[in-house]
Design a protein around this ligand. Structure first.
Ligand code: AMP
Ligand code: MG
Length: 350
């Protein structure tokens, strides 16, 4: 299949792009588009055949449900049979924005996009391109991240082109994805709100609104320890570049010593090594490639750079990546959640 790549110019000529993309979506095709979190790979959520194409294009396991993107809060009532007080409050405070809520689904939502679950994941994105595309197309857009399953999520058009060229109908390019990690997912279908995936919206922000908020044990634990995540997608290998990723945690000097020691060992074996470090420390390393993740106190910058950094090691055919750990304030929690998954929970504490 030929994939059309159209770049948003933020002028009147963009209207043609939205028209073309809308036509594709309405006729059951696939369009990748930017959101404020990462790029999404969209199809008409209520068209079973269209959403099946998302799973095929990504190589995504069929039990891993999709998030339905809407442009108007009223759509909640069409998708969910139980729009409770929590949902209304969350929509009022956090939408449009990077929060996905899990609610009881209506029959109109096909089982194929919920992995057979009785619930549906809904989000109203704030990104102007995403919002305009949903409005213009007139459909609800089911969209997971626009990467091959298991790979780091795409935050730039080049990442989407790398993974999806030839597999989907169209890519809307606009590198204004500014958060860099996926939405926070909160399950509002049970007796207490539960965070299933950390993101830009923090536990504290949610606790301020809901009072009591729990965190699914799978957010910090490992599937290897027998924990079954409530968000089915969290059980799969995720965010992994081809390189083997290892996190080294501890006091700065000791971390640098350990990473340099491991680098020397790998070099002796003839392997290539990459390092992810905060700006203050990049000069400490002797690796083949050192990626600057931004200042130690800037967790938003680390979020923005994370997936791009992981992908950049593959471009340079790096075989081992050693990463410092990053601060877990605010969106930093989501950064470390993704990094730990990318490392398959391989952490060395020094
Ligand atoms: P992605 O958009 O690629 O980040 O994937 C969507 C995430 O939302 C996956 O981790 C899914 O498991 C999760 N998700 C979607 N629908 C549901 C649902 N009904 N219940 C729990 N998790 C869900
Ligand atoms: Mg994903």
């Amino acid at each position: 299949m030929d994939t059309v790549v159209e770049r948003i110019s933020h002028s009147d000529s963009d209207e043609q792009i939205y028209e073309r993309a809308s036509k594709i979506l309405r006729s059951g095709g696939l369009v990748a588009f930017p959101t404020e979190t990462v790029y999404g790979l969209g199809a008409d959520a209520l068209d079973k055949d269209a959403s099946a194409k998302i799973y095929a294009a990504k190589g995504r396991p069929s039990d891993n449900p999709l998030i339905v993107h809407i442009a108007d809060k009223k759509a909640l009532y069409e998708l969910s049979s139980d729009v409770n007080e929590w949902a209304l409050k969350a929509a009022e405070v956090f939408w449009p924005g990077p929060l996905t809520m899990i609610l009881k689904k209506k029959d109109i939502v096909p089982d194929s996009i919920t992995g057979g679950l009785p619930t549906v994941a809904v989000r109203m994105p704030s990104h102007p391109v995403a919002a305009r595309l949903i409005k213009k197309s007139g459909v609800y857009i089911a969209a997971p991240s626009a990467n091959i399953s298991g790979k780091p999520s795409p935050t730039k058009a080049e990442h989407v082109i790398h993974d999806m060229n030839g597999r989907i109908d169209m890519i809307i390019a606009d590198d204004t994805v500014d958060i860099g990690v996926e939405s926070t997912i909160i399950d509002l279908s049970g007796s207490v709100p539960v965070i299933l995936r950390p993101g830009y919206i923090t536990w504290q922000q949610l606790a301020d609104v809901f009072g009591e908020v729990e965190v699914d044990p799978a957010v910090t634990g490992s599937v290897a320890d027998g924990i079954v995540p409530k968000a089915p997608g969290m059980k799969y290998k995720h965010y992994s570049p081809d390189a083997k990723v290892v996190i080294v945690m501890g006091e700065t000097g000791r971390v640098a010593d350990k990473i340099n020691e491991l680098t020397a060992q790998r070099h002796e074996e003839g392997a290539s090594v990459g390092v992810m470090a905060v700006s203050e420390n990049v000069g400490m390393y002797n690796a083949d490639m050192v990626v600057d993740m931004g200042s130690r106190c800037d967790e938003a910058e680390a979020a923005k750079k994370l997936f791009s950094a992981l992908r950049s090691f593959d471009d340079k055919r790096i075989e081992y990546v050693y990463s410092e750990s990053f601060p877990t304030d605010n969106v930093g929690q989501a950064v470390m959640n993704r990094l730990i998954k990318a490392a398959g929970h391989t952490i060395i504490k020094v």
